[in-house]
Design a protein around this ligand. Structure first.
Ligand SMILES: CC(C)(COP(=O)([O-])OP(=O)([O-])OC[C@H]1O[C@@H](n2cnc3c(N)ncnc32)[C@H](O)[C@@H]1OP(=O)([O-])[O-])[C@@H](O)C(=O)NCCC(=O)NCCSC(=O)C[C@@](C)(O)CC(=O)[O-]
Length: 312
């Protein structure tokens, strides 16, 4: 039986924008978060506290958090998360009590080569680095989510096996993270393979604490979401307008579009608490900022229907 309710974690402001070559204004990033929460998103990944040399688009993370918490107002019931790959990132995220997130994300990989390219260390070293982050975050009262990249395939090593996934799932479990996200960074997964990877995560984490994060590079993301629903998984990352790509995964396109997932779930009678029209507005806003139409097919269809007759 499919779940009756799904929680979507909106990663557009972070995963969606991190790869944009042109700087996006801090105020526009904050406005996007505001529009997303207006649409009913209750979990939003806002930014990353990573090296600005590695990911220049995220260099304004402190200012973005201040703008989100200040100008658009922190909204009760919304969980704001940020990426913190090391203690330096966590300390920066916690520096101002007024702008601190509710949750931090540590991110590791099921493949050694991707770990090296993405965070400049081996998988074992990454776990060592995350240990004090997890501990300090918990002491500070924050939740900790782990993202497991390249769970289906690696841009440098090719196909990734369920055994390789489970090896790192176990390491994250031993670290004491609260949640594990299975990420198909380069969008190569197909439903049965995704289910095999998910099974390994579900051996170590409860159903409510495992999520799917699917990029749509090969057009499989919605099918992969459905395959996870069949297993009872009910938390997914998605990115408004289908924004995104990973700076360390050449050719990887955006995450599955939030609009497309919401449309699918509505059709299945699954509750999300998200207003599709307002979500399309949020996607239209950021697409206009970026100067291109949304990748989401649902967003395009909804926007086309809003045009007066005779206008494309
Ligand atoms: C992890 C590091 C920092 C290691 O980078 P490093 O070079 O090994 O770190 P280091 O400790 O040797 O420090 C080098 C420099 O970075 C600075 N530094 C060090 N840490 C920080 C920090 N937290 N914030 C700001 N600055 C920092 C540090 O101060 C120093 O500055 P310098 O002395 O040269 O001026 C680096 O590799 C990095 O920032 N990588 C970025 C990784 C990233 O953001 N990738 C994209 C997100 S992951 C993703 O998209 C996948 C996901 C989650 O969506 C799921 C999926 O689809 O797979």
């Amino acid at each position: 039986m499919l779940p009756t309710h799904v929680t979507l974690v909106e990663v557009g402001p972070r995963d969606g924008l991190q790869n944009e070559a042109q700087p996006v204004a801090t105020a526009d990033k904050a406005r996007l978060v505001g529009l997303l929460q207006d649409a009913g998103l209750t979990q939003i990944e806002v930014t990353s506290f990573v090296s600005p040399k590695w990911v220049p688009q995220m260099a304004d993370s402190t200012a973005v958090m201040a703008a989100v918490m200040g100008s658009i107002e922190r909204r009760p019931g919304v969980r704001y998360s940020v990426l913190t790959p090391n203690l330096k990132g966590l300390e920066a995220a916690l520096a101002d009590p007024a702008t601190r997130p509710d949750e931090v994300v540590v991110f590791g990989a099921a493949s050694e080569a991707f770990s090296q390219r993405n965070i400049n260390c081996s998988v074992a070293e990454s776990i060592e680095r995350f240990a004090p982050v997890v501990q300090a975050a918990h002491v500070a009262g924050l939740r900790v989510r782990a993202a497991l990249s390249c769970a289906l395939g690696c841009p440098y090593e090719g196909e990734v096996s369920p055994d390789a996934v489970e090896r790192v799932v176990r390491l994250f479990k031993d670290l004491g993270v609260d949640h594990l996200g299975v990420a198909d960074t380069i969008g190569v997964g197909t439903p049965r393979r995704v289910q095999a990877a998910m099974e390994r995560a579900l051996k170590h984490f409860p159903l409510g604490e495992v999520s799917g994060h699917f990029h749509d590079t090969y057009g499989q993301a919605l099918a992969n979401v459905y395959a996870c629903l069949e297993m009872g998984v009910h938390v997914f990352d998605a990115s408004v307008a289908g924004l995104g790509g990973c700076p360390y995964a050449k050719g990887a396109t955006g995450n599955v579009a939030t609009e497309d997932v919401v449309y699918l779930l509505q059709g299945l009678g699954i509750e999300t608490g998200i207003n599709l029209d307002r979500l399309v507005d949020a996607g239209a806003f950021i697409s206009q900022v970026l100067g291109r139409p949304p990748v989401s097919r649902v967003a395009r269809a909804v926007l086309a229907k809003r045009q007066p007759p005779g206008q494309a």
